[in-house]
Design a protein around this ligand. Structure first.
Ligand code: AP5
Length: 210
């Protein structure tokens, strides 16, 4: 059976980092609403233009926009799926339920002060989207991606002020999603502190145990 997994957790807990490895080693197809929205902003699509202000303010993009995006992607995706950053509101979780079955929700938890430090020192590749941390997983060259040689940049929503706003949005609107999956009996909480490989191992053990 093709697994369908949702990755939950606050901004900076490591969803994107762990998803990248799960895709490489477990052949999941990753659907990340954050990546799709950033791509829309970069290309200046109508969706991107509408989403930009919400993202820069650390608020959620309206449900109907992201639900539409996910619907389109799920319609053309086959095999095991990893959803990174969706759902992040109860409305999104309920809509997803109508679109597909979710086998497991993996909720990665990290202390808030660590989250801020992780995010403000993150650098992302403009070309392939690879993620680095200047202290914990630094690139070999300060402004160049190890994987593709692309230019590294700091996301416009990775300032301390916006991170605090994103954390508030997470507590107000996304935490209830964990409870939603707990009630369905599919929520698994994983300790997201420790090294990137340690967290990956915990997630793998969780997936194997089902
Ligand atoms: P999105 O891109 O989804 O951002 P996020 O959820 O805030 O998560 P991040 O990408 O900031 O963090 P992450 O958990 O992926 O951590 P990462 O692996 O990079 O969303 C951005 C915006 O888009 C939202 O604010 C919203 O406006 C909009 N949006 C997106 N989805 C939406 C939706 N469904 N509905 C409405 N709006 C939506 O790691 C962070 C850093 O830590 C990196 O530098 C990494 O190298 C480092 N790191 C990772 N793991 C470890 C570790 N174990 N130890 C040390 N460092 C680590």
């Amino acid at each position: 059976m093709d697994l369908k997994i949702v990755l939950l957790g606050p901004p900076g807990c490591g969803k994107g980092t762990q998803a990248e490895r799960l895709v490489a080693e477990m052949k999941f197809t990753k659907i990340s609403t954050g990546d799709l929205l950033r791509e829309g902003v970069r290309l200046g699509t109508p969706l991107g233009l509408e989403a930009k202000g919400y993202m820069e303010a650390g608020r959620l993009v309206p449900d109907e926009l992201v639900i539409g995006l996910i619907k389109e992607k799920l319609a053309v995706t086959h095999g095991p799926v990893l959803l990174d950053g969706f759902p992040r509101s109860l409305e999104q979780a309920r809509s997803l339920e109508k679109l597909t079955r979710i086998d497991m929700a993996v909720d990665i938890q990290v202390n808030e002060d660590k989250l801020v430090h992780r995010i403000v020192m993150r650098r992302s590749c403009k070309s392939c989207g690879a993620v680095y941390h200047l202290e914990f997983s630094p690139p070999k060259h300060a402004d160049k991606c190890d994987k593709c040689g692309g230019e590294l940049y700091q996301r416009s929503d990775d300032t301390e002020q916006t991170v605090r706003a994103r954390l508030k949005t997470y507590k107000d609107q996304t935490l209830p999603v964990s409870q939603f999956y707990r009630e369905k009996g599919v929520l698994h909480t994983v300790d997201g502190e420790g090294s990137i490989p340690q967290v990956y191992e915990r997630i793998m053990n969780t997936i194997k145990k089902g």
